[in-house]
Design a protein around this ligand. Structure first.
Ligand code: GUN
Ligand code: ZN
Length: 436
């Protein structure tokens, strides 16, 4: 029988989540296959299971890549990242509002130059793929050209990307401001151009409430109702001074989240970054409206913002994904992001086993982005987005994982000690985009 050239199989240990495993490392919501085979056909996953079961069913001409001693997991999902902040990552010393003024706005001003935007976008997409991230929700800048740049690069690289033009018409440098009307027009045109094109989706992107007038938020709500399947991404309750500022700018609201609700911005496909200082009423509103949260631990530590309460979020039923939040976040690596999530939660005395960390970075992120019918685990029919983790990627990881008692312990050590060197291959839609 003829086999399409795009059909391949990969042999490795395979770990993925069928549902949230919670804190039980033995959860039946995990599929853990010590010697597994993943079969990919035409960009999609055709089958997954023990090699001894799957291999006899394969046509003999299907090439099998041998990743034995390595671990295949689903491609990572970064639910909150700023690609224009790549060149200012790790800028010293400030908390959120001063950090925005001192570093972020000057850097984002450079995106008026489309050549610069294109060059940063290319680097950013390559960096994501090197780190095993195959899906991301990214902020651009106020410049429409910055959106074209990141979508073009993601499209060329086969990456799944949600992105949008930042809307901000006040309380930031004038040369970065749009107006309520121009922001509306530009977003409308960008939705028409990019939304639902291949693996790309558009996100209405008001930066955060303080930099948008009521009129701009109102028009954003109008676009949201005109295009019910576009995404909405913004920041919420990251920093105490930010919250005080929102209360001054939008008096009379029960909470910061209530401002967004008022303008019709809380719904399925709304993703709120941070959500550190929210209460149970806010959590209920997030859950009831189908909104999701991006937990960004490296950023929350770096800017001294605070600790995200994952248990409270989980109890409310709201979907939570992980975000790198580069450039307030200090790493593109979702392994490092998982490791820092573990440490933040340790401070709150909340456990985060490796399988739950993996869930947040894969299926949890996919659910937060309403993409779990396409990505997030390795079930047949899903996009073949996956990562190969190398247990020999550094001498320390090799030494530490050699004697690991079980696969959960091995994965935990890989998460704690891993970085981009640990990603030996990345596949996007069945195509290898990184690694030998
Ligand atoms: N709040 C508003 N803008 C930003 C941003 O660029 N990064 C972070 N971390 N928080 C924000
Ligand atoms: Zn952010």
């Amino acid at each position: 029988m003829d086999v399409p050239v795009s059909k391949i199989a990969c042999r490795a240990t395979i770990i993925h989540c069928l549902d949230d495993p919670g804190i039980d490392p033995g959860s039946p919501n995990m599929q853990v296959i010590e010697d597994g085979l993943l079969v990919i056909n035409d960009g999609l996953i055709e089958s997954v299971g023990p090699a001894e079961v799957i291999q006899p069913t394969l046509e003999p001409s299907v090439p099998i890549k041998n990743y034995r001693e390595q671990i295949i997991v689903p491609g990572f999902i970064d639910t909150h990242v700023h690609y224009p902040q790549t060149d200012m990552i790790a800028s010293y010393g400030e908390q959120l509002l001063d950090w925005l003024e001192r570093y972020t706005y000057p850097t984002e001003t450079r995106f008026e130059n489309p050549d610069y935007a294109r060059e940063v976008a290319r680097f950013f997409v390559a960096e994501m793929q090197k780190n095993g991230t195959t899906t991301a929700a990214a902020f651009a800048t106020t410049h429409p050209g910055s959106v074209d740049a990141i979508f073009s690069e993601a499209e060329d690289a086969g990456m799944r990307l949600i992105a949008g033009k930042v809307l901000m018409d006040r309380n930031c440098p004038e040369n970065l401001q749009d107006t309520a009307d121009s922001g509306f027009e530009d977003s409308h045109a960008l939705i028409k151009k990019w939304h639902n094109r291949g693996r790309l989706n558009y996100a209405l992107t008001p930066r955060f409430a303080p930099t948008s007038s009521a009129r701009q938020l109102e028009l954003t709500g109008q676009l949201a109702s005109e295009f019910p399947d576009v995404y909405i991404q913004t920041h919420l309750a990251e920093n105490r001074k930010e919250i005080e500022w929102v209360a001054e700018l939008f008096p009379g609201h029960r909470s910061y989240l209530d401002v967004y609700r008022h303008f019709g911005l809380t719904r399925k496909r709304s993703i709120f970054g941070h959500c550190i200082y929210i209460d149970d009423d806010d959590r209920k509103l997030l859950h009831d409206t189908g909104s999701a949260v991006a937990f960004c631990p490296t950023s929350n530590l770096f800017l001294g913002s605070g600790m995200f309460d994952l248990d409270a979020a989980s109890q409310s039923g709201v979907q939570v994904g992980l975000g790198s939040d580069v450039g307030a976040g200090t790493s593109f690596s979702m392994l490092k992001t998982m490791a820092e999530a573990y440490k933040v939660l340790q401070l709150l005395h909340q456990p985060l086993p490796a399988y739950r960390a993996l869930y947040l970075a894969t299926l949890g992120g996919a659910r937060a982005l309403d993409l779990d019918d396409k990505v997030g685990n390795l079930l047949p029919g899903k996009d073949a987005d996956f990562v190969v983790l190398d247990t020999r990627s550094t001498s320390l990881i090799e030494r530490r994982t050699r004697d690991a008692q079980d696969l959960h312990s091995k994965l935990f050590a890989l998460i704690m000690l891993g970085d981009e060197r640990t990603i030996s291959a990345t596949y996007c839609f069945g195509k290898q985009v990184h690694g030998d």
